[in-house]
Design a protein around this ligand. Structure first.
Ligand code: TXA
Ligand code: MG
Length: 315
């Protein structure tokens, strides 16, 4: 299949309306979308990514008024979060509407919804004029795509269209919050910090990210975000072993920079999160064997960054 590239959100939306798969940018990462009410098209998302069928998709909407098309109701905590953080990098888990095809939610009774903030994503969703389920637009298990080039690398020839935008802003995915529990539960840390959720809601639980615990968010069961290179977490840059095919990424610079194949020093946690998945992909292109990645203080965006680093390092 030929993959069309376009910078036109209306042209991309035409593809989607015809039952095709379209990758599009958001403020977090690129997503791979289909029309929510064409189950065959939604099924093809799973095929194109090699995604396990038990992993539900997040439904993207242009505006909050569309929530009633996919969710049965909006619990009070969810309304509070909508008023404060939406549009933005937050996904709310709500009770599912009966009319929404079950392939979207992997047969769950709940549905994840998100209204992106990126103007190009909004123009695209406006032109689609239908809810758009979309996982990250990478092959399953690979780092999420933060550029259209990364989408093309993973899915070129397997999808119909790529809406070309710039590099994504956040670089880590949305925060997933289950609003059907009391208090609300963070299922996946992401671009909206747990601290800011607590400032809005008061109490918020955080689901265990322990791989052995039965996770509430099906997607967190699977290996994720991983480059082909082996990722080793370090607290101190001196722990990075010297080697031509060794890379280092972190906030603190190692003393032995010359003894490493590549060194990426990040200014702060924000730029680190923004760059991480891109660096993973560059390292793969350069056949790096080991990436030493420095963990950060687990507050704010640091919680999401550490989560992605740990998952990338898990074998
Ligand atoms: O930032 C993002 O969220 C990006 C962009 C494209 O919006 N999307 C994204 O989708 O990261 P994906 O499919 O790669 O990750 C969605 C996560 C998975 O862990 C999935 O299991 C969880 O959200 N999820 C989706 N629907 C759910 C539901 N009904 N209940 C629990 N978890 C759900
Ligand atoms: Mg993903």
């Amino acid at each position: 299949m030929a993959t069309t590239r376009t910078t036109s959100p209306t042209e991309a939306a035409h593809h989607l309306r015809r039952g095709n798969l379209v990758a599009f940018p958001t403020e977090t990462v690129y997503g791979l979308g289909a029309d929510a009410f064409r189950p065959d098209a939604v099924r093809r998302i799973f095929e194109a990514k090699g995604r396990p069928a038990d992993n539900p998709l997040i439904v993207h909407l242009r505006r909050q008024e569309q929530i009633g098309q996919v969710a049965a109701r909006i619990p009070p905590v969810a309304q509070h979060l909508l008023d404060t953080f939406v549009p933005g990098p937050l996904t709310l888990i709500l009770p599912k509407h009966d009319n929404l095809p079950s392939v979207v939610t992997a047969d769950l009774e709940t549905v994840g919804i998100r209204v992106p903030r990126l103007p190009l994503a909004q123009s695209f969703l406006e032109a689609c004029d239908t809810p758009v389920p979309a996982p990250s637009a990478n092959r399953s298990g690979r780092p999420s795509p933060t550029s259209w080039e990364a989408v093309e690398h993973d899915l070129g020839g397997r999808i119909d269209c790529i809406l070309q935008g710039g590099r994504t802003d956040a670089g880590v995915e949305s925060t997933v919050v289950d609003c059907t529990t009391d208090p609300a539960t963070v299922l996946r840390p992401g671009a909206v910090s747990v601290e800011s959720l607590r400032r809005t809601l008061g109490e918020v639980q955080v689901a265990s990210s322990d791989a052995d615990a039965a996770p509430r968010s099906p997607g967190t069961r699977h290996r994720h975000y991983a480059p082909s290179a082996q990722v080793q977490l370090v607290e101190d840059p001196s722990e990075a072993a010297s080697g031509d095919r060794h890379a280092y990424v972190g906030l603190d610079a190692p003393a032995h920079t010359d003894a490493l194949g590549a060194v990426y020093i990040e200014e702060d946690v924000r730029t680190y999160a923004h760059d991480l998945f891109h660096i993973f992909r560059v390292c793969d292109e350069n056949e790096v064997e080991v990436i030493y990645a420095q963990t950060v203080s687990p507050t704010g965006l640091g919680r999401a960054l550490n989560d992605r680093l740990r998952r990338a390092a898990a074998r």
